[in-house]
Each structure stands twice: as structure tokens, then as C-alpha cells.
Design a binder for this molecule. Structure first.
Ligand code: 8GT
Length: 164
């Protein structure tokens, strides 16, 4: 089944009144929902940020900033290689989220399904990486921008077929 690209809840990139006129730089980011199916259970790979990073120890989906001249898919392939040592085949776009963080940073996140990759997952930058069933995702302390997506995945509002 094909999903439409969803523009998800979050705070929709709106500023709060208290933010005043401070200009925000919008970071364009792509992230991967790396999927696997194990004994009939669908799982997705989640990653925990390190203690010394901003938004320390929060969970997120692997990925990162789109560099000038890159497509979102190219950026994600590069990031997944740098962060996890895999060569990934980027699947369909699943969701797009705009979020303004309280510290003044704004992100535009594009999430893609990833069902196939070459190489073994090698944790190169995270505190921890872990496979999680969709239903268990809300139990992790995710970055604020991801919470709407996490809930939609857990509650089956976004149907994704599993991976290898
Ligand atoms: N990879 C990833 N980034 C996310 C997610 N949700 C979310 O808000 N982000 C934000 O998107 C940005 C990702 O860029 P990045 O990975 O290159 O950035 P970073 O935290 O290393 O920051 P820096 O490079 O500015 O120091 C971060 O600000 C991160 O907080 C997510 O699920 N995955």
C-alpha cells in the first residue's frame, strides 16, 4: 500500500509569541525509518543521542542535515553511511514535519522508509541504537519534532510494510 506524504502535527513550524522577531535558520533534514520484519514483528531502528550532544539522550531516527546540492535522498544515504556504516536503498517518503524548537532552531524533516541496505549496522556516533516494535515507540523519549510521527506509527495511522 502506498502512503501519501504526510505533513504531520508537531507545532507546524509556528513561532510562539514569546519568540519575538528573532530570525530562525531553517535546517533541512532527512531521516530514515529503517524497517525490518522479524518473526512477523515489524521493527524500526531508533537511535539515542549522546550525553554531550544538544538535546542529550533523546531518541531520534538516523539522518541529518541536507547539504547544498544534495537531494534529501542523497543526504540520507550519506548520513546512514556515516552514522551506521550501511549503504542504504532509500524508499518512499513517509512524512514531512516542520518544527520550531524552543532554543530558536527550526527544522524541516523529511522521513523516508528504508527496507534494504548493504552492510551490518555499526553504531558510530550514538549512545545506543536499538530495534523497536512500532507499538513500543511512544515509550522512548523522542525529540519533540518526532512525537507526532512516533504516535502515528504506534497507532497504525501510517501503514508501512516491513523490510528484509
Ligand atoms: N537525524 C534526525 N534529526 C532530527 C530528528 N528529529 C529532529 O528534530 N532532528 C533534528 O534535526 C537536526 C539534524 O541535524 P544533524 O544531525 O546534522 O545535527 P546535529 O544534531 O548533529 O547538530 P549540528 O550538526 O548542528 O551540531 C538536529 O537539529 C536534530 O535535533 C530525527 O528524527 N532524526
Amino acid at each position: 500500500m502506498k502512503n501519501r506524504i504526510r505533513r504531520l502535527g508537531s507545532n507546524g513550524g509556528r513561532s510562539r509569541a514569546s519568540d519575538g522577531a528573532r530570525p530562525r535558520t531553517l535546517r533541512m533534514v532527512s531521516a530514515g525509518l529503517i524497517l525490518r520484519e522479524a518473526e512477523g514483528r515489524r521493527e524500526v531502528l531508533i537511535c539515542q543521542r549522546k550525553a554531550d550532544q544538544p538535546m542529550a539522550l533523546k531518541w531520534e531516527f538516523p539522518g541529518g542535515k541536507i547539504e547544498p546540492g544534495e537531494s534529501a535522498e542523497q543526504a540520507l544515504r550519506r548520513e546512514l553511511n556515516e552514522e551506521l556504516g550501511i549503504t542504504a536503498e532509500i524508499g518512499e517518503p513517509v512524512a514531512q514535519v516542520r518544527h520550531n524548537y524552543r532554543n530558536g532552531g527550526a527544522v524541516d524533516l523529511q522521513f523516508f522508509a528504508v527496507r534494504r541496505f548493504e552492510g551490518e549496522i555499526d553504531n558510530r556516533i550514538f549512545q545506543e541504537v536499538r530495534w523497536s516494535e512500532f507499538e513500543s515507540l511512544p515509550g522512548y523519549d523522542f525529540l519533540a519534532a518526532d512525537i507526532g510521527l512516533v504516535r502515528d506509527l504506534a497507532e497504525g495511522r501510517i501503514a508501512l510494510e516491513g523490510g528484509r
